[in-house]
Design a protein around this ligand. Structure first.
Ligand SMILES: Cc1cc2nc3c(=O)[nH]c(=O)nc-3n(C[C@H](O)[C@H](O)[C@H](O)COP(=O)(O)OP(=O)(O)OC[C@H]3O[C@@H](n4cnc5c(N)ncnc54)[C@H](O)[C@@H]3O)c2cc1C
Length: 402
C-alpha cells in the first residue's frame, strides 16, 4: 500500500493513447498518477493514425508538439477517388486550410511514434508512476475514493486513490464492473494493413495527402507516415473472420481476390499488390452507453465508446476524454464522484454522435451501383471546401469552459 496521501492519487488502468494522455493531463492539473499497464513493455508497433485538429490541439497544449513534429506528416488534403474508375471525386483541403480554420494542425503519424512520444513525456513527469506488467484485476469505489487491486510478476498490489480512470480498451473488463453487460459487436469487416517504403511506390502515392478509394464492399486508405519515409496502407473489406486481436498475419493472396480487377482500378491494385505480408484485424464496436462512471471510477477511450475507424476518431475521442476528465477532477477536487459524473455527462452526446457518424461512413463508403453514383455526384456538388466546413463540429472542438 502506498504511503502517499490517497486523496490526490489518480489511478489510470491502461497505457494506450487514452491512458497515457489522461496521465499527462492529470499530472499537469496537479495530481499524482499511477498508471497500470498489463503489457511488460509499451509496443511501438502498429500502423498509421490520423490526428485531427481536435486531438492535436490537446496534445500540443500538453507540450507534445516538439516531440511529435519530427515524426508527423501534415496532409495537404483528403483526396476521395472512385475505386472502379480511378477518377478523383473530390479533394478536401487540410494542411494550411485546416490549421488556419481550427487553430491546430491535421497530422498523420505512425502509432508507435505517438505512443513513444507520450511514453517519453510520461517518463519525464515526476508525478506519474508507470507500472508495466501490472494488470488491474478489481476495484471498489467508496465514499472517499477507490481501491484498486492489480497483479504483476511480484504478486498482488493494491492502492487507494482519489479516482480511477479505466482506459483498458475495446475489450475492457472494467466496463462490466461498471454495470454494462454488452459485448463488443463484430462489424462484419476486416482491416488489412501494411507499411511500404515510400521510395518503392509511384510518386502519386508519396504525396502528403490522405487518399481514400471507395469501392463496392471495400475501401482503401493510404497516406505517408514516419516523416514521409513509409506509406501506411489500410484496406477495409467485408468479412466473416472475427477473431479478436490487432495483428494477425495475412497474405497478399488472401486480400487481392477481395479487390477484383473489374471493380478496382489498376493503380489502386498495384499499390495493394506491393506488400506480400499484411496484418489484419477484425473490426468491432460497442453500443453507446448512457453512463460510464460509478462513484469515483470512470471509463475512458475505447473502453467507454469504441467505434469503427471510418471517421478516424477513436484515438481523438480518447484524447478529448483525457482532457475533460482531468479538467473535471481538477475543478471538483473534493468530489471525485461528482467530477466523474460530470465528465461522463459532458462527453456522452459528442462521443455518441461520432460513433454514429463513423458507422454511417462505413455504409456510405461501400455503396455500389446507383447509390454509389448518387453519393459521388453529391460529393462533387458539395466540393472539398464545403465538406471541410461540414466537419467544423468535429475538428473545431475544445474542452468546454468551466
Ligand atoms: C483500422 C483502425 C484505424 C484507426 N485509425 C484511427 C485514426 O486514424 N485516428 C484515430 O483517432 N483513431 C483511429 N483508430 C482508433 C484508435 O486506434 C483507438 O480508438 C485508440 O487506440 C483507443 O485507445 P485507448 O487508449 O482507449 O485503448 P487501447 O489503445 O486499446 O489501450 C488499452 C490499453 O489498456 C491495457 N489494458 C487492458 N486491460 C488492462 C488491465 N486490466 N490492466 C492494465 N492494463 C490493461 C492494454 O494492454 C492497452 O495497452 C483506428 C482503429 C482501427 C482499428
Amino acid at each position: 500500500m502506498s504511503s502517499a496521501t490517497p486523496s490526490r492519487i489518480v489511478i489510470v488502468a491502461g497505457a494506450g493513447i487514452g491512458g497515457l494522455t489522461a496521465a499527462l493531463a492529470l499530472a499537469r492539473s496537479g495530481f499524482r498518477v499511477t498508471v497500470l499497464e498489463q503489457a511488460e513493455r509499451l509496443e511501438e508497433t502498429g500502423a498509421g493514425i490520423q490526428l485531427s485538429p481536435n486531438a492535436t490541439r490537446i496534445l500540443i497544449d500538453l507540450g507534445l508538439g516538439e516531440r511529435l513534429r519530427p515524426h508527423v506528416v501534415a496532409p495537404a488534403g483528403l483526396r476521395v477517388l472512385s475505386a472502379r474508375s480511378g477518377r478523383e471525386i473530390l479533394r478536401m483541403p487540410l494542411g494550411v486550410a485546416a490549421a488556419q480554420r481550427y487553430g491546430a494542425p491535421y497530422w498523420m503519424i505512425h502509432r508507435g511514434d505517438l505512443q513513444a512520444a507520450l511514453a517519453a513525456a510520461v517518463g519525464q513527469e515526476l508525478d506519474i508512476s508507470l507500472k508495466l506488467g501490472m494488470r488491474m484485476e478489481d476495484f471498489v469505489t467508496h465514499p472517499n475514493g477507490v481501491t484498486v487491486s492489480a497483479r504483476g510478476s511480484t504478486g498482488l498490489w493494491d492502492e487507494r486513490g482519489h479516482a480511477l480512470i479505466a482506459a483498458d480498451g475495446l475489450w475492457s473488463t472494467s466496463r462490466a464492473r461498471l454495470g454494462s453487460t454488452d459485448a463488443p459487436r463484430f462489424s462484419g469487416r476486416t482491416a488489412w494493413r501494411a507499411l511500404i517504403p515510400a521510395k518503392d511506390v509511384a510518386p502519386e502515392f508519396r504525396e502528403p495527402v490522405i487518399q481514400l478509394w471507395l469501392g463496392r464492399d471495400a475501401h482503401l486508405v493510404h497516406y505517408p507516415v514516419k516523416g514521409g519515409k513509409l506509406i501506411n496502407v489500410v484496406v477495409i473489406t467485408l468479412d466473416n473472420w472475427n477473431e479478436p486481436g490487432w495483428s494477425e498475419p495475412a497474405a497478399r493472396g488472401e486480400l487481392l481476390p477481395r479487390l477484383p480487377t473489374a471493380r478496382w482500378a489498376p493503380r489502386a491494385r498495384a499499390l495493394v499488390h506491393y506488400p506480400e505480408a499484411w496484418l489484419k484485424w477484425a473490426l468491432y464496436d460497442r453500443r453507446p452507453l448512457m453512463n460510464w462512471s460509478q462513484g469515483s471510477a470512470a471509463l475512458l477511450g475505447d473502453a467507454a465508446h469504441p467505434m469503427l475507424p471510418f471517421l478516424a476518431q477513436g484515438a481523438a475521442m480518447a484524447i478529448e476524454d483525457a482532457a475533460v476528465a482531468a479538467q473535471c477532477l481538477a475543478r471538483m477536487p473534493d468530489d471525485a464522484a461528482g467530477a466523474m459524473k460530470t465528465y461522463t455527462a459532458v462527453r456522452r452526446a459528442r462521443t455518441r454522435k461520432v460513433q454514429r457518424q463513423a458507422a454511417k461512413n462505413g455504409e456510405r463508403y461501400h455503396l455500389a451501383g446507383l447509390p454509389a453514383m448518387l453519393r459521388n455526384a453529391a460529393m462533387r456538388v458539395i466540393g472539398g471546401e464545403q465538406l471541410l466546413h461540414r466537419y467544423d463540429w468535429l475538428y473545431d472542438w475544445r474542452p468546454p469552459a468551466a
